[in-house]
Design a protein around this ligand. Sequence first.
Ligand SMILES: Nc1ncnc2c1ncn2[C@@H]1O[C@H](COP(=O)(O)OP(=O)(O)OP(=O)(O)O)[C@@H](O)[C@H]1O
Ligand SMILES: [Mg+2]
Length: 235
Amino acid sequence: MLRAEGLKTSYGNIRALKGVDLEVPSGSIVTILGVNGAGKTTLLKTVAGLLKPRAGKIFFLDEDISRFPPHKVVQRGIALVPEGRAILAKMTVLENLEMGAYQRRDGQVRGDIEKEMARFPWMKERQGQPGGSLSGGEQQMLAISRALLSRPKLLLLDEPSLGLAPLVVNEIFRIIRRINQDGTTVLLVEQNVKQALKIAHYGYVLETGKIVLSGETGELLENPKIRESFLGQKS
Ligand SMILES: Nc1ncnc2c1ncn2[C@@H]1O[C@H](COP(=O)(O)OP(=O)(O)OP(=O)(O)O)[C@@H](O)[C@H]1O
Ligand SMILES: [Mg+2]
């Protein structure tokens, strides 16, 4: 569904991606692992059109989207849940949701908002409250719902569990699995490696802008490097 080839992205003369090849099959959950500064956010932002690659190509459903502006990437069916959630604190929960659907002209936005409120019942009761009044976990759920309101085929998630309490983390992972089972392909960046490898089908390890390891998650869980570097297990 998504394929990146030789992707290079820089900030001035800081080279954050140094030729990344990546494939996300339709229907799958693919996870990207890597320590702080590895380039995970840069990769998702490049796919989402927020950063322009210096070299390389991105294909989505066989179309070259490498040079698309963000709104066109969304139109094609890719939505980003950004690092830090980016909920608009002064806008209400409902307004935050509506933002996700701003490009849609079909008559089904109301119904989709109702569906998100059924997924997260607290959302219905609190739809008139400002986004800033929500807890971290609620803001993450709202950010996910907002992204789903563009009806994406591919959902990009940047560290959705970051800073959340363990029970809430479990809930976020359950939600991601459910979204995938309902037919949305997922590209997941996570530092919660254990849980990410459990729900994902394929994984890639990014190290200073390069993919150094990839494979089915079952194999990655057995890999000595993964066990040592990410799971804190001596082999
Ligand atoms: N706006 C920016 N300007 C300059 N350099 C940047 C910028 N954003 C990121 N970088 C650099 O690019 C590299 C990759 O950063 P990126 O944010 O993609 O990493 P990450 O894997 O998402 O890290 P984290 O786990 O901390 O979120 C790092 O060396 C970082 O310092
Ligand atoms: Mg990041």
